[in-house]
Write a protein that binds this ligand. Structure first.
Ligand code: DQA
Length: 145
């Protein structure tokens, strides 16, 4: 059987992981997280396509692409766009591919403005607060749905 394809999409400022506020986001870089995911994906019989952009439109295009490529799931850490983007909300609702919202930190335990998530309103489910391991937990969830 073909491996399940999973898109892992990362939004603004996540290219700076490892350097960016390590007390909140940890010391792992996005490349470290990609390597962890590749490893786990192999044991789960999944294929990962991981990307990052600081531009909202790229995330939208990649979500549409995930659908056209027959992806089984999208793990989406939209960064700050989580809290602002109606376009992401619409995109998630516009595709059939289940989207799992991912955050390294727990937005509910931080500033008030992080408590609202347009992504979470449309996503299949959310995993937040486990640092880099949030991505691994989200991949496990993608394997189960
Ligand atoms: C984040 C949480 C967001 O509130 C923040 O804007 C980010 C990172 C996280 O992974 O914890 O950029 O998505």
């Amino acid at each position: 059987m073909a491996n399940k394809l999973v898109y892992v999409l990362n939004g603004p400022n996540l290219n700076l992981l490892g350097l960016r506020e390590p007390d909140i986001y940890g010391h792992d870089t996005l490349d470290d997280i990609a390597a962890m995911l590749e490893d786990r994906a192999q044991t789960l019989g999944m294929e990962i396509d991981m990307r990052q952009s600081n531009h909202e439109g790229h995330l939208l295009d990649w979500m549409h692409e995930a659908q056209s490529k027959g992806a089984a799931a999208i793990l989406l850490n939209a960064g700050a766009l989580t809290h602002t983007s109606v376009a992401l909300y619409d995109a998630i609702r516009s595709i059939k591919v289940p989207v799992i919202e991912v955050h390294l930190s727990n937005p509910h335990a931080r500033e008030e403005f992080r408590r609202h998530s347009y992504v979470g309103m449309a996503a299949k489910g959310s995993i937040a607060g486990f640092g880099a391991k949030s991505y691994l937990l989200a991949l496990e969830a993608a394997a189960l749905i």
